[in-house]
Design a protein around this ligand. Sequence first.
Ligand code: AMP
Length: 244
Amino acid sequence: MRTSLFQENICSPNDPENKPLVVILMGPPGAGKGTHAGPLSEHLSLPHISTGDLFREHIRNQTAFGREAKGFMDKGQLVPDSLVLDMLFNRVSREDCKNGYLLDGFPRTIGQAKALDERLKNAHRIIALNFKIDDERVIERVAGRIACKGCGRPFHKKFDPPKQENRCDSCGGLLIQRDDDKEEIIRKRLEVYRIQTQPLIEYYKAKSDVLKEIDSRNTKEKVFSDVLDVLGDVVAASLSFSRK
Ligand code: AMP
């Protein structure tokens, strides 16, 4: 098993210009963003911020904001930028994000990407990891996807089953399927992805050394290893810089 590059706390994960690192996990639903976000966050010692999780927290807490977002989520649509941006920017202004963070499920529109660029004002190093996968695999993966109601840990009925049926290995919580992971909703989410989110690939491709492609059809272990290899160059440069 690889050890965290930041485990020794010698440095913060900055790039050679000493900019905090923002890693964006991109790709259609079911591409593995949520699966790899946790281990990657630990590896880089950066907080994992998922806009979907933030919305689901609001829904669990039955806030008015959560009710509004749920209306869109249940139909497989995107929540309007006006609701997403404030919530996300509030979250990343917290102290734990000062050395950088991992974004899972944001940005999802060109408008969100531009708003992020405007906010960061070139003071961060952005890496966008694009997890590539085909629709049929997405359906197969998402249909079997379950997550802990308590701690949110993801499992898969076929590819990553829990030790005890319907119970979380980490906290013993109940494992449930998300409402928006039902097949008809996932097909709608894929369509929304293609129209509203896929153009982000070109957006980040146009920026120098930002977009990194990951073949997400491979096993979980292989994909994670590829992610570390791709990030290795960036992070290794940071380490050599911060030790100077
Ligand atoms: P996720 O957990 O990332 O799959 O997101 C679940 C749902 O939350 C999405 O299908 C959207 O309805 C909503 N959502 C999450 N992130 C965003 C975002 N950045 N912009 C708009 N809607 C979002």
